[in-house]
Design a protein around this ligand. Structure first.
Ligand code: COA
Length: 368
């Protein structure tokens, strides 16, 4: 079997941070205005609740003023001409440049680009092909969407393409513009997401320029199981759903049954990653670190404790959602990007994402 290496990663962090306090202040202003206008009595949000229930303290976004304006409550991304770079391509490029530099490669070395994320800003042309154009890469590119598991599912595709020899070097990039599908007027979920882009370079060992800081992929493991507990109905069907002559297109946002997701996903994920580790004839104690999807700090602690069957140290399942919030498929990649430098040759780790679908994707890696 050819050896496949992850040789570089990169993260683009958007320019604006919003703390829980700032988010809640504007949300509560909106609620007060709404209640005054309608006579309803919707309840305030609370920064303490958000941190306690999720672990999130802050998030990064590509635009802040529209989100924090109680008369708008959504970001303002002015429509761009078709000839201008799209916002997701703009987010992707700095993450890619960092990943390329880490792997000592240039765009000319990339055979395939997979843009994998939970929400794509248009149906087509593929955002991946636009990224390919701006990078000046040859070969081909395509988009993949498996919600919060998009990055690991794309790594699985890349891994198998590299093994067959249909490509030597593949770029997986995750421009997660989560602020565009988050309902900032919904108390249950207005705090959940942040924007970010992450990228990884995967290659066959024989073409890897940089091997000192590389990780070998030992295997990928995917699972899906249909559930309506996390859903976004946005799509091409929306304009046809209104019976009136003049379509009144509604915004369709992310929705979830958070408690059910929490309860159902924790055992699924801990069993999934245990199975993968055992399938590779290892035991959990041989795994130095879990780079988990970043949705909820309590969920991650429980998953890791079930996996290791003991209390865990913070570095066994590092948390980045405190500053980034849930960044959809990029979360586990950011955790990897920020927390792999201390690995020694032969040490094992596992990247795992999970989310809507339900979907779970995990990637077992060994430090070269
Ligand atoms: N501020 C203050 N109180 C709030 C609130 C807010 N923003 N949102 C909800 N509450 C209240 C609820 O009204 C409820 O009050 P009640 O007990 O009086 O009825 C209470 O807090 C608990 O709400 P609940 O929604 O049950 O909270 P929770 O403990 O389940 O936490 C999540 C909510 C979303 C943080 C949590 O369920 C979660 O993270 N689940 C996993 C989600 C996940 O992994 N999704 C994957 C997406 S990629």
């Amino acid at each position: 079997m050819p050896q496949i290496y992850l040789t570089g990663s990169g993260v683009f962090t958007p320019p604006y941070a919003i703390s829980n306090e700032d988010l809640v202040t504007s949300f509560n202003q909106y609620i007060d205005q709404h209640n005054q206008k309608t006579g309803e009595s919707l309840t305030h949000s609370s920064a303490e609740f958000i941190e306690k229930a999720s672990g999130i303290k802050s998030r990064y976004v590509m635009e802040k003023a529209g989100i924090l304006n109680p008369n708008r409550m959504r970001p303002f991304y002015p429509k761009r001409l078709d000839t201008e770079m799209s916002i997701q391509a703009e987010m992707a490029l700095p993450a890619i440049k960092e990943a390329l530099a880490a792997s000592k490669k240039t765009a000319k070395n990339i055979d395939v680009i997979i843009c994998a994320c939970a929400s794509l800003q248009r149906s087509y042309p593929a955002v991946a092909i636009e990224i390919q154009h701006y990078l000046g890469a040859s070969g081909y590119a395509f988009d993949v969407n498996v919600a919060c598991s998009s990055a690991t599912f794309a790594i699985d595709i890349a891994y198998h393409m590299l093994q067959t020899g249909s490509a030597n070097t593949i770029l997986v990039v995750n421009p997660e513009l989560c602020s565009s599908h988050l309902n900032f007027k919904d108390r249950d979920s207005h705090f959940i997401f942040g924007d970010v882009a992450s990228a990884v370079i995967l290659e066959r060992k024989e073409v890897a320029n940089q091997q000192a800081d590389a990780f070998e992929l030992l295997g990928t493991f995917l699972k899906t199981n249909f559930s309506n507990n996390i859903r976004n109905n946005d799509g091409i069907i929306n304009a046809t759903e209104d019976p009136e002559d003049t379509p009144n297109i509604q915004f369709h946002y992310f929705t979830q049954q958070g408690k059910k997701v929490f309860k159902e996903v924790v055992p699924m994920v801990s069993e999934h990653i245990q199975t993968q580790v055992y399938n590779h004839h290892y035991t959990p104690d041989k795994i130095k670190r879990l780079w988990l999807h970043q949705a909820n700090i309590n969920m991650n602690r429980l998953i890791a404790e079930k996996f290791y069957n003991r209390d865990i140290t913070p570095l066994e399942a590092p948390i980045i959602l405190d500053t980034y919030a849930n960044t959809s498929s990029a979360g586990s990649i950011i955790a990897f990007h920020q927390h792999h430098q201390d690995f020694k040759t032969g040490e094992l780790g596992l990247i795992c994402s999970f989310g809507a679908g339900y979907s779970i994707g995990s990637v077992l890696v060994k430090k070269v």
